[in-house]
Design a protein. Structure first.
Ligand code: 9WN
Length: 434
């Protein structure tokens, strides 16, 4: 079984490989996505360090002059909507060299750098040199990305990252965003046809049409100001401080800081470690003492966005004081989350089954996402929670035993949902198996 799972995962990644980049999934997402790339590179490094390096290199080639790493890179025609014709990145005031989307996703890239480096060193020889040369050569680009996030997305230094579209959070239709979206009221807009619903078994596994209208409305709003960050902040209808993104920036900046130190960039290291500390504090301050969960904030209304979603566990990603971590681990394994009595596998559901918004089949509103399980398990290991990491891994491998490598799973029935042969799911399996 074990060998079969690793072989099948490797076959998925080979099948989605275009040579220099891996598409996020064969039909539903036929392009390179930003945070998918990082997770995928972690898995690929277990097969080939040079190929993992190529994966990250191709993403970095799409970096905007500002430092932003865009959330999608369009390097071939496809029916994916919204494609480059709607995003129109070429209209940006300072446009990127490639056709891309005009927003970003959470910065998990330094996790991939650390994993590639570790694997290269474990293998030694040319793999070691490839990994070390790659990190040394591309460090300025990754530094620019984290710097851009810290400056442009938290200009007042609160230690929380602001986002302008829920696609930036990576958790598109999570209940986290129900309130801010209730305030997004699309006006006249160019017509569009969704293509995503063609590639899933049932329409209810994807966001609703109403949600999509809002998603595209926000894209049009950003194009209208030619992706000028200042103007977007003032005009966009969706403006939110994302606590999970912030936790990932805290983690990412800490790793980049460590790498900068190791590769002799002393000043950059100090700067990144200060960024990490700022966002770790921002996340810690966002924890609701009553529920023990971290909360997002709507920046248009100032309202705190309480939701029983995965983002509540942001401190498990960023790191926090021992008592906060202990309480969060207990909560995560408790009856409202992984320990819920109806769950087929004890891995974190995207929304708590005890929450009124829970919908076991709809995307980020309930299903379990193996890549999120991987992220929590990786972070747990780093934050001194080896036991939690081990439990998550074990349960996740049972879930992945169906060999569908689904994008997400129904937590109660264990049924595969969304895309099949999703690259990051296969990558998670490979890393766990190594
Ligand atoms: C929009 C690729 C991406 C993931 C996101 C996930 C989904 C896209 C979509 O797929 O979003 O970015 O078209 O639904 O929500 O986290 O990166 O796998």
């Amino acid at each position: 079984m074990t060998a079969a799972l690793a072989d099948a995962a490797a076959a998925v990644l080979r099948g989605n490989d275009l040579g220099h980049l891996t598409v996020a999934s064969p039909d539903l997402y036929p392009h390179q996505w930003s945070w998918d790339t990082a997770f995928v590179a972690v898995g690929i490094s277990r097969l080939s360090v040079p190929r993992a390096v190529a994966e990250m290199t191709s993403l970095l080639a799409a970096q905007w002059p500002s430092g932003m790493i865009p959330h999608i890179v369009f390097d071939r025609p496809s029916a994916y909507f919204p494609g480059p014709e709607r995003w129109r990145s070429e209209l940006a005031i300072d446009p990127p060299a490639l056709r891309t989307s005009g927003i970003c996703q959470p910065p998990v890239h330094s996790v991939a750098l650390a994993c590639i480096l570790q694997e290269g060193r474990r293998r030694g020889g040319s793999d070691r040199r490839t990994a070390e040369d790659f990190v040394a050569a591309t460090l300025p680009g990754w530094l620019a990305w984290h710097r851009w996030l810290a400056e442009s997305r938290d200009p007042e230094g609160h230690g929380l990252v602001e986002i302008h579209h829920s696609w930036e959070s990576g958790m598109d239709n999570s209940p986290r965003w129900d309130f801010p979206y209730s305030r997004v009221v699309p006006g006249e807009m160019e017509r569009f046809t969704r293509t995503d619903t063609r590639h899933v078994g049932e329409v209810r596994q994807r966001p609703t049409d109403e949600e999509y209208r809002r998603y595209i409305w926000l894209v049009d709003q950003m194009v209208a100001v030619r992706y000028d960050e200042e103007a977007i902040r003032k005009t966009i209808d969706f403006h939110v401080a994302d606590v999970f993104f912030s936790a990932l920036l805290a983690l990412a900046a800490e790793i980049i800081g460590e790498l900068a130190e190791e590769f002799g960039h002393r000043d950059d290291a100090d700067e990144m470690l200060a960024v990490a500390a700022r966002f770790r504090a921002g996340v810690a301050a966002a924890v609701d003492p009553e529920t023990g969960l971290a909360t997002d904030r709507d920046l248009r209304s100032g309202r705190l966005l309480h939701s029983a979603t995965l983002s509540g566990f942001a401190p498990l990603i960023s790191g926090a004081d021992a008592d906060v971590l202990a309480r969060q681990r207990e909560l995560l394994l408790g009856p409202d989350w992984c320990g819920h009595r109806e769950l087929r596998h004890a891995v974190p559901p995207s929304t708590s089954p005890a929450a009124p918004q829970f919908d076991r089949r709809r995307y980020w509103r309930g299903p379990q996402w193996p890549v999120m399980t991987w992220l929590f398990s990786w972070a747990a290991r780093r934050q001194g929670g080896a036991e939690l990491a081990g439990r998550l891994r074990e349960e996740a491998l049972r879930q992945l035993g169906d060999l569908s490598f689904a994008e997400y799973y129904d937590p109660m029935s264990g049924q595969a949902l969304g895309s099949r042969n999703q690259s990051w799911t296969a990558a998670a399996a490979l890393d766990w198996m190594a």
